[in-house]
Structure formats: structure tokens, C-alpha cells
Design a binder for this molecule. Structure first.
Ligand code: SF4
Length: 350
């Protein structure tokens, strides 16, 4: 089981010139064995920071990240005394970056790039066995005949081929979870479905969990629908809604999810016929100084006075499929008695 959990609220701050930016704030997210979660949000919402923090590439300034109950950073600080060693955790949690070119050493042949993780996970196998394993995995990720690729350099590969090599390298570490950070953005549009299908097949074959990061709802929907996973929507460093793709697309409970739905015209939904964006203000607020109360209140089309004053937390939605952080979901909240904010529409209780 791969399991991340929050103890006191995961918090990650960056110092900018004169201020502190809360990139990720108060998030709790569990990833189970063979789980699939898509983190969705606009650029700058904190999804990459959250992903990197979850696999131990970035140290949070508060809260904790646990792998099978072991705090990742305690394992590093313990210098080998932890129940699960830092090396074991680093092996178990792998990342596929947005730009596969920058993830591959340009001066090394593909065979050298792939033999490195094998030396780590299988130190006692012969060179012939190592080559055989690299060969079969390259063919599995669609690079056939593999012999044609092993002696090439990264610059001799296309964007899609580089991403397949990066995927093969991650799998050679026998990971328990893979973070794919906008991993198909660099892949030619005509090949995206093929690469997404390949990742989903490999997830099953290698018994691994996947955390996909994307700004594109249609990609997140494809992963979540075909991989039987969940989508977590992020806004200004917080998860505002989480649930299955089916529920988020057809019955979104957070107004920001509705905005993302509107901004993704290829979802083929009747609701997309609205011409005006369902937001009051186009500009995203400054993350250095996020709005008070609900962080979405400056843009929310149904915001009321209560939203400016109180901060909503994630709560179960009534059909039991996921959670949303919006006062509109609670029929007893004082939201319903407070006045709409300027430019906001009346929200009707259903
Ligand atoms: Fe909009 Fe208020 Fe819900 Fe926030 S809490 S999303 S401002 S209705």
C-alpha cells in the first residue's frame, strides 16, 4: 500500500522577494495501492508543488508526508535508522517530468540511461541479463525494435520516444507510485491517447499507483475514466473538489469546477453552450496575498457575504462520491441568509 497522509496540515511556503507565498496549504490526500489520482488546476495553483512534495522531492514547511506510515523526511534525517529507509522511499516514488528532454542526459546513450536504475534494483545480474531486461521493457513501451534505440542518444529521439524512455526508466525502479507531471504536454497531439493508454496499461501490469498532474480537464477525465480513478481540483494551493470524473463532469459541486468545465470546450456537454464564462473576474488573485474567506470568492459567480468572511473546508458531497469545499453544499450554512457579493448571481437551494 502506498499511503500519504496529513498530520497537521501540509503546508509549503516559498519566499518571493519580500513576501511568503503559500503554494500548498492544508491539504490532506491519501493515495492507496494501485490508486489513480489526477491533480487538476490552472498553472500556479500549486499542483506541481504538491506532487513534488508528496514524492519527497520538496520538503514541506509543515505537516508530514507518509509512505506506508513512515514519515519521508524523518527517514532521511534518521540516517538509516528508520523502519523504511530513505533510499527505499526514493526508489518507490518516481517522477515523469513535463519535458522528457531535460530528464535525459544528452551525453549518454539510451542503454546507459536505462542500465543505471537496473544496477540499483538488480545489482547482481549480468550485463547480458541487464541488456535483455532493457530490451524487453523498451519494446513494452512501444519502442520496437528495441535494438535500434539502445545505442541512440536522446537528441536522436522524438518527444514521444523520449517520454517512453523516461517511463521505462521509472518502471525499472519497480516503483509503488509514479508522479506524471504534465507528462503528455510534450507529446505530439496525435499520440496523446496512445501514450495515456500505455500509462494506464502499465499501471495495471506493474501494480503501481499514478498521480497525474494536468491543467487540462479532458486529459484528466480520460485518465480518471479509463483508469477508474479520481480527479482532485486545485485552486490557489487548496483542493476544492475531489471525486470521480463522471461526477465532476456531469454534476460538479464547486463553482470553480464549473469554470474548468466551461473552459474545456471538447467535453461535448450541453452546459458548454453558455457564452459568458461563469466567473465574475478573469484575473487569478495574487497567491502572495490570497483572498480572505473562500479563496475563490473574488471570481465565484454565486459568492455571498459569508464567503468573504469564512473559509470552507472539504466535506462529503451528498451522493457520497467525493468532497467539495463550498458553503452552497450545506443547506444549513449562513451562506443562504447572506447577501450576494457584487456581480454575483442569486444561488438557488436545490
Ligand atoms: Fe463560491 Fe462561496 Fe462556494 Fe466559495 S464558498 S465557491 S465563494 S459559493
Amino acid at each position: 500500500e502506498v499511503h500519504f497522509e496529513k498530520e497537521q496540515g501540509l503546508l509549503d511556503r516559498f519566499r518571493s522577494d519580500a513576501s511568503v507565498v503559500r503554494a500548498v496549504d492544508g491539504i490532506s490526500l491519501d493515495i492507496e495501492e494501485q490508486d489513480l489520482v489526477c491533480l487538476l488546476g490552472e498553472s500556479g495553483c500549486g499542483k506541481t508543488t504538491l506532487g513534488k512534495t508528496m514524492i519527497g522531492l520538496q520538503r514541506p514547511t509543515g505537516g508530514s508526508i507518509r509512505y506506508r506510515g513512515q514519515d519521508i523526511w524523518e527517514a532521511k534525517d534518521d540516517g538509516g535508522n528508520a523502519e523504511i529507509s530513505h533510499e527505499e522511499i526514493r526508489r518507490a516514488l518516481q517522477i515523469i517530468h513535463q519535458d522528457p528532454g531535460s530528464a535525459l542526459n544528452p551525453n549518454r546513450r539510451i542503454a546507459n540511461i536505462l542500465s543505471e536504475p537496473l544496477r540499483h534494483t538488480h545489482p547482481n545480474i549480468s550485463q547480458a541479463e541487464r541488456r535483455e531486461r532493457m530490451h524487453s521493457l523498451l519494446e513494452r513501451v512501444g519502442m520496437t525494435p528495441a535494438g535500434d534505440f539502445l545505442d541512440r542518444y536522446p537528441h536522436q529521439l522524438s518527444g514521444g520516444e523520449k517520454q517512453r524512455v523516461v517511463l521505462a526508466r521509472a518502471l525499472l525502479m519497480n516503483p509503488n507510485a509514479i508522479l506524471a507531471d504534465e507528462a503528455i504536454s510534450a507529446v505530439d497531439v496525435s499520440l496523446r491517447i496512445e501514450i495515456m493508454d500505455l500509462m494506464l496499461e502499465l499501471q495495471e501490469e506493474f501494480d503501481t499507483s499514478f498521480l497525474f498532474i494536468s491543467h487540462d480537464l479532458s486529459n484528466a477525465r480520460y485518465f480518471a475514466e479509463h483508469g477508474d480513478g479520481r480527479i482532485a481540483v486545485m485552486y490557489l494551493g487548496e483542493i476544492v473538489e475531489i471525486g470521480t470524473a463522471e461526477r465532476l463532469i456531469h454534476d460538479p459541486r464547486h463553482p470553480y469546477t464549473e469554470v474548468l468545465r466551461w473552459a474545456t470546450p471538447n467535453l461535448d456537454l450541453d452546459a458548454m453552450e453558455a457564452e459568458d464564462p461563469p466567473i465574475r473576474q478573469i484575473d487569478v488573485p495574487d497567491p502572495v496575498n490570497p483572498p480572505s474567506g473562500c479563496r475563490f470568492h473574488t471570481r465565484c459567480p454565486v459568492a455571498r457575504e459569508a464567503c468573504r468572511e469564512e473559509h470552507p473546508t472539504l466535506a462529503d458531497v451528498d451522493d457520497g462520491d467525493g468532497k467539495a469545499a463550498c458553503f452552497r453544499e450545506d443547506p444549513n450554512h449562513r451562506y443562504w441568509d447572506s447577501e450576494p457579493l457584487e456581480g454575483a448571481a442569486e444561488s438557488k437551494e436545490e
